[in-house]
Write a protein that binds this ligand. Structure first.
Ligand SMILES: Cc1ncc(C[n+]2csc(CCOP(=O)(O)OP(=O)(O)O)c2C)c(N)n1
Length: 346
């Protein structure tokens, strides 16, 4: 790879961010990548069942965005969320145990890949219904304002979700009531196998915010420092002035939509996928750090070894965890407004 010229936003972030944090972000990207590769392996071995959507290629979005948060801020996202959960502080072993359907999983083995929750860490899911969680994010932002607290909510979803009614209802309310929420569209260009050009009347997704007079920005979702730069400003706006923002992060997934889909399918060519891999977000970030004299090949290899070891330990933890017992089947699944849920005797 040729040495990249350092753009302004990169110089700004490199100067403003402590080196330890910059290095940690590189580690987090490697952890996300190795963890997801291991998930693919575990899925092939049938240790993970059901749906499983990998994040490989999109790591810069979650890691850049979450690097701007305080621990008490909230994250909520869709079903492609393993990396968001890890970076929000969920234990890697408990996340893997959840994917394995085991009792020590973050959702006690009953959520699986699409429903990772850890309230104490501010990780509010993991949601399988496209667009279903967007109003929940609007609700947690409303709660912050109502309680006069200054935590913010980051809400992630794919570009296909902006055609769902709840997106529009949520943005309208967030703008009207001035709520501290950042809506982040991870625009990887495909909703399963449907290209955005076939499903959306406009392709500049950030423009959707104009209908609600909401601040908005489009950012290169393969560049972790660009994400950090843009989302850092949006988080400040939310925390200081209680205002929402819509951010469109243009990214690309290197794997199929889910583990049951081929990498290329009929909707994109091998050449396109291979071309996009040339902009691998981890390589690009490492090159910036190396050019600025903040990282070396030896450091990269050391961080990679650590990421692989943590992933391996997570698998061992998940393997050792028991399956939930049958009599727990209904626990934590249904709300209990009128007392404990009981099954019909019939
Ligand atoms: C309401 C609803 N409709 C359809 C589906 C089936 N479905 C699952 S994923 C998906 C594509 C969503 O794409 P996008 O929101 O862009 O997210 P990405 O998978 O690219 O991360 C669809 C249509 C669903 N889960 N929920």
């Amino acid at each position: 790879m040729t040495t990249p010229a350092i753009p302004d936003h990169v110089s700004r972030q490199l100067a403003a961010t402590p080196r330890a944090q910059l290095v940690d972000m590189l580690y987090q990207m490697l952890l996300g990548r190795r963890y997801e590769e291991k998930c693919a392996e575990m899925y092939a071995l049938q240790k993970i069942g059901g749906f499983c959507h990998l994040y490989i290629g999109q790591e810069a979005v979650a890691i850049g965005a979450l690097s701007t948060l305080r621990p008490d801020d909230l994250v909520i996202t869709a079903y492609r969320e393993h990396v968001h959960a890890l970076i929000k502080g969920c234990d890697p072993g408990r996340v893997m145990a959840e994917l394995f359907g085991r009792r020590d999983g973050v959702s006690r083995g009953k959520g699986g890949s699409m429903h990772l929750f850890d309230k104490d860490k501010g990780m509010l899911g993991g949601h399988g219904i496209v667009g279903g969680h967007i109003p929940l994010a609007t609700g947690t932002a409303f709660a912050a304002k109502y309680q006069q607290k200054d935590y913010v909510t980051l809400c992630f979803f794919g570009e296909a979700a902006v055609n769902i009614g709840t997106f529009h209802e949520s943005l309208n309310m967030a703008a009207l009531w001035k709520l501290p929420v950042i809506y982040i569209v991870e625009n990887n260009r495909f909703g399963m196998g449907t290209a955005i050009e076939r499903s959306s009347a406009i392709y500049d997704v950030a423009q959707r915010a104009c209908a609600y007079d909401m601040a908005n920005e489009t950012v290169d979702g393969m560049d972790v420092l660009a994400i950090r730069d843009v989302i850092g400003r949006a988080v400040d706006l939310a925390r200081r002035e209680s205002l929402p923002t819509l951010i469109e992060a243009r990214c690309y997934r290197f794997m199929g939509h889910s583990m049951s889909d081929p990498v290329h399918g009929h909707y994109r060519t091998k050449e396109e996928v291979e071309g996009q891999k040339q902009q691998d977000p981890i390589k690009q970030y490492f090159e910036y750090l190396k050019t600025a004299g903040l990282a070396t090949q030896a450091l990269l290899e050391e961080l990679d070894r650590k990421a692989r070891a943590v992933t391996e330990q997570a698998v061992q933890f998940a393997e050792a965890s028991p399956e939930p017992s049958a009599d727990e089947l209904y626990q934590d699944v249904y709300a209990e407004p009128y007392g404990p849920y009981t099954r019909s005797e019939q």
